[in-house]
Design a protein around this ligand. Structure first.
Ligand code: AMP
Ligand code: MG
Length: 420
């Protein structure tokens, strides 16, 4: 099959993502998972509340449940304690007028009383047979004070969690609080990952002359796992058509996505692109971005192909800015927009307008409490240590002609993008 390369045109990132998103159908298959397996997975359908939370009126404090009308307003009032309502052990029956019931935090409010006084706010008899509420408090106590009403937190029938949500610990906890033990989530995308290059050596082996240690897979697999993908590690593929073609063909037949690094530029050994074009089709492969210009997007049958560059920094940036939003779409997740902060640059940076560019950066407050962004001392896309140093990226738009200290720039923190 021949590839359609969009000529030699560089696509902007926005055009590329737009084009790609239009061709990606979210995975429809769902599965039921238990709560402890649900973290990071995408909720497949709106989850409705099955019950009110709290499911009964209860006390917000350790104290005494009473009738407000039994307090002489502004007068110190002594009342006998008759019984108790403890968490898990409610008081049975109706509380008669003129008495109080000891109550603990979360315990069911017994029938009758309309307020709870905190135990710290009363005088309590040493044998707990009575309490005394002082004058100012008797005047101040409001109806419903220190009472958590049924349904105050969640109302039965309302949307508890929306579809498309990537479940965070607190979301799973909210479901548990409803007595929901299993959740319907989108099946995880099956993603195969391969690094390509004759120079690459696995970390377990001794380097031969001219070799380097392979590092990209260790970033990619971590990023994919944290995103919620099911990953197959294809290891290192040699720069040899006979090795690359069958490996990609087989992976494409059994995965939703094939993610490669290296071999998509214009060098003589950059044959990944050619093999993809041979097995399927390439939608585009040149983006107006820096680092990472050669980013290949295509299909082999129904398998989405993301051919990322080989340079360690380029591959990570290409993943964050390009692959991540596409994978989230495939997962049926809502909103992939990264958090964007405005910060003052403390650096000078010269560049030609034209490509969108990301600089490895860190953020801090200056003494005047302004957010200030700094960048790594070198901007080469081969410098892996720069990514480890960085806590985010400064993003320069296509038309930016350079930065001088004091300019306001966009800063994208790694937190929330799986790089924290
Ligand atoms: P390529 O895009 O294949 O020409 O690779 C660009 C640069 O990235 C070369 O210097 C490669 O040696 C390096 N590179 C490619 N793949 C990897 C990898 N998996 N780990 C570390 N460096 C790589
Ligand atoms: Mg290569």
């Amino acid at each position: 099959m021949s590839g359609c390369y969009f000529g030699d045109q560089l696509l902007t990132l926005a055009e590329a993502i737009d084009t790609a998103l239009r061709s990606i159908q979210p995975i429809r298959e769902t599965k039921m998972v238990s709560l402890l397996d649900a973290y990071g997975q995408v909720l497949a359908a709106d989850l409705l509340a099955r019950q009110d939370v709290p499911s009964y009126d209860n006390s917000a404090m350790d104290g005494f449940a009473l009738y407000r009308a039994d307090l002489g307003p502004g007068q110190p009032t002594r009342l006998p304690v008759m019984g108790q309502s403890l968490a898990g052990h409610p008081y049975s029956g109706v509380v008669p007028r003129g008495v109080v019931v000891r109550i603990t935090t979360g315990a069911m409010l017994p029938a009758g009383p309309d307020a709870v006084v905190m135990q710290e706010d009363c005088r309590i008899a040493s044998d707990e047979s009575w309490i005394e509420v002082d004058g100012p408090l008797t005047a101040r106590l409001k109806a419903g004070e220190n009472i958590r009403r049924r349904g105050e937190d969640v109302r039965i029938g309302t949307v508890l969690l929306p579809r498309g949500l990537r479940l965070r610990p607190q979301d799973v906890s909210l479901a548990a609080g409803q007595g929901i033990a299993v959740l319907e989530v989108v099946r995880q995308p099956r993603v195969a990952v391969a690094s390509t290059g004759d120079e690459l050596c696995v970390p377990e082996k001794e380097l031969l002359p001219g070799q380097i240690y392979e590092s990209n897979r260790y970033a990619l697999i971590g990023l994919l796992q944290r995103l919620g993908c099911s990953v197959t590690d294809l290891g290192i593929l040699r720069d040899d058509r006979e090795a690359v073609l069958p490996a990609l063909q087989e992976a494409a037949a059994t995965h939703d996505v094939l993610l490669t690094s290296g071999g998509v530029s214009v060098g003589t050994m950059d044959l990944v692109k050619d093999v993809i074009a041979e097995l399927g089709r390439i939608e585009f492969w040149r983006l107006a971005v820096k680092p990472g210009k050669p980013i290949t997007f295509g299909w082999i049958d129904n398998c989405l192909i993301l051919g990322l560059p080989g340079n360690p920094v380029s591959v990570a940036v290409a993943f964050l800015i390009f692959a991540r939003p596409l994978l989230l779409r495939l997962m049926g997740a809502e909103s992939a927009e990264p958090l964007r902060l405005r910060a003052q640059a403390d650096f000078q940076f010269r560049r030609k307008p034209g490509r969108r560019e990301w600089l490895r950066a860190r953020l801090r407050y200056d003494p005047k409490q302004n957010l200030v962004a700094s960048i790594y001392h070198t901007n080469s896309s081969g410098v892996l240590s720069s990514l480890s140093w960085a806590e985010g990226l400064v993003e320069l738009p296509e038309d930016c002609a350079g930065v001088v200290p004091g300019d306001m720039v966009d800063y994208l923190p790694f937190v929330g993008m799986g790089m924290e």
